[in-house]
Design a protein around this ligand. Structure first.
Ligand SMILES: C[S@@+](CC[C@H](N)C(=O)[O-])C[C@H]1O[C@@H](n2cnc3c(N)ncnc32)[C@H](O)[C@@H]1O
Length: 396
């Protein structure tokens, strides 16, 4: 239990102050960051564990009234050792991150693309919301981070309708697998080495050889040039029973408008300056590493904003007409948020920025671009998060 309340705020280090000044951000945003609670999300159906959790951590879990399934705990409570966490009944997840997923408005049966999926907190929430229907395709450029998402999905028993691809989200092109096991399995022989069987973490030498041969035989130019590596798929993710050339097929723009994803989340790579937990990590890393970690050689402000724009563009390209896309970052800078959104809008006639209807009652404020939302520690008592929601017009 937290004794004696929150510690007094520490002065912000000069490295962070310089970053804030360069980005015209008011340092007072962080003045209450020391008292931002720790949030947890309860797995649907596991609400009964809260009482037991409270007894274990010896403090109250307070329901977040504006976001179903979320509770707040004192900021210094550790949840990793609790039974509820170890048994996969609760997740550590900031409420603002939950709001980004909620803004997507996922409905049963939706096929969802999570284009920057790792380490996977939002991916798990998407899978929990979908339950026994639809599918989620998680993409991330980092193999080891996506492998951590796979571990998470398996821990929480959420893998059945999930596919995970290591790929560059700016060029990823695979549509959802809308086939279900029963349909896919009918015409396919599982003995066929080109057909996906049930996923296993262990591949025999023979299987690896057959898979390599199959890839060669299929000879898909796109597969070879883009090579999205499938590192996990569940029984009902639409993969089992599919032929490789079906899975790796690429659709034309017109086909995507019909068969593309129903919902796309682009939780883009960013400087993480709004993430309280990330900022707190510098206490251990040392503030002298701030500049290098936030903006290393390849990640200058310009190229990072361009990466964000490319991720948003490609996520939108893979969205079906009438579908919804959410763009979010945990940065508070205008350059990574409103500027990216404005530039994207100016180049896409079919993109409409939508008001987030579920946001009524959310403790956030409007971004500079009308319709966008900003969470920050001072306003929201959460980590910082920017959210924008788009829909795609049906082509005329
Ligand atoms: C803010 S994190 C995503 C957090 C995640 N949505 C969650 O809820 O746990 C951004 C992610 O983008 C990934 N990333 C960076 N560049 C990428 C790219 N070109 N394509 C796909 N993912 C990329 C990073 O590896 C990182 O895991």
């Amino acid at each position: 239990m937290s004794e004696g309340g929150a510690p007094p705020p520490r002065p912000l280090p000069p490295e962070l102050l310089k970053f804030l000044e360069e980005n015209h951000l008011d340092p007072s945003i962080y003045s209450s960051s020391h008292s931002v609670p720790r949030y947890i999300r309860v797995k649907p159906g596991c609400e009964g564990c809260i009482e037991e959790l409270e007894a274990e951590i010896n403090c109250k879990a307070v329901k977040v009234d504006w976001l179903p399934g979320f509770y707040s705990l004192p900021h210094d409570v550790q949840i990793a050792g609790t039974s509820a966490y170890q048994e996969g009944k609760i997740y550590g997840m900031d409420a603002a991150s939950g709001a980004a997923v909620s803004a997507l408005g996922v409905s049963p049966g939706d096929h969802v693309l999570d284009l920057c999926a790792a380490p996977g907190a939002k991916l798990c929430m998407l899978l929990d919301v979908l339950g026994n229907s639809g599918s989620v395709t998680g993409v991330d450029v980092s193999q080891h981070r996506l492998a951590a998402s796979r571990t998470l999905v398996q821990k929480y028993k959420l893998g059945d309708r999930c596919r995970l691809f290591v790929a560059d989200g700016t060029t990823f092109s695979l549509p959802p697998s809308r086939l279900h096991l029963s349909e896919a399995g009918k015409s396919q022989s599982y003995e066929d080495s080109n057909t996906f069987k049930e996923w296993t973490s262990r591949r025999t030498w023979k299987e690896r050889k057959l898979a390599a041969k199959a890839r060669k035989n299929v000879g898909l130019r796109h597969f070879e040039s883009q090579n999205p590596e499938l590192i996990y798929y569940g029984m009902h993710s639409g993969v089992v029973g599919q032929k490789r050339d079906q899975l790796y097929r690429v659709l034309s723009g017109t086909e995507i408008s019909i068969h593309g994803y129903d919902k796309v989340l682009v939780d883009a790579e960013c400087t993480h300056d709004g993430s309280i937990r990330h900022i707190q990590k510098f206490e251990h890393w040392g503030w002298e590493t701030f500049q290098q970690r936030v903006f290393d050689a390849e990640r200058t402000e310009d190229s990072l904003a361009f990466l964000q724009l490319k991720l948003l563009r490609n996520g939108f390209r893979l969205l079906k007409a009438g579908g919804t896309l959410v763009y979010s970052t945990c940065s508070l800078t205008v350059a990574q948020n409103e500027d990216v959104v404005d530039q994207f809008m100016s180049q896409n006639d079919s993109a409409v920025l939508q008001e987030i209807d579920t946001a009524k009652g959310w403790p956030c404020k409007s971004g500079r671009t009308l319709g966008t939302l900003r969470f920050d520690p001072a306003t929201s008592h959460t980590s910082g998060l920017f959210v924008a929601r788009f829909t795609k017009l049906t082509p005329r």
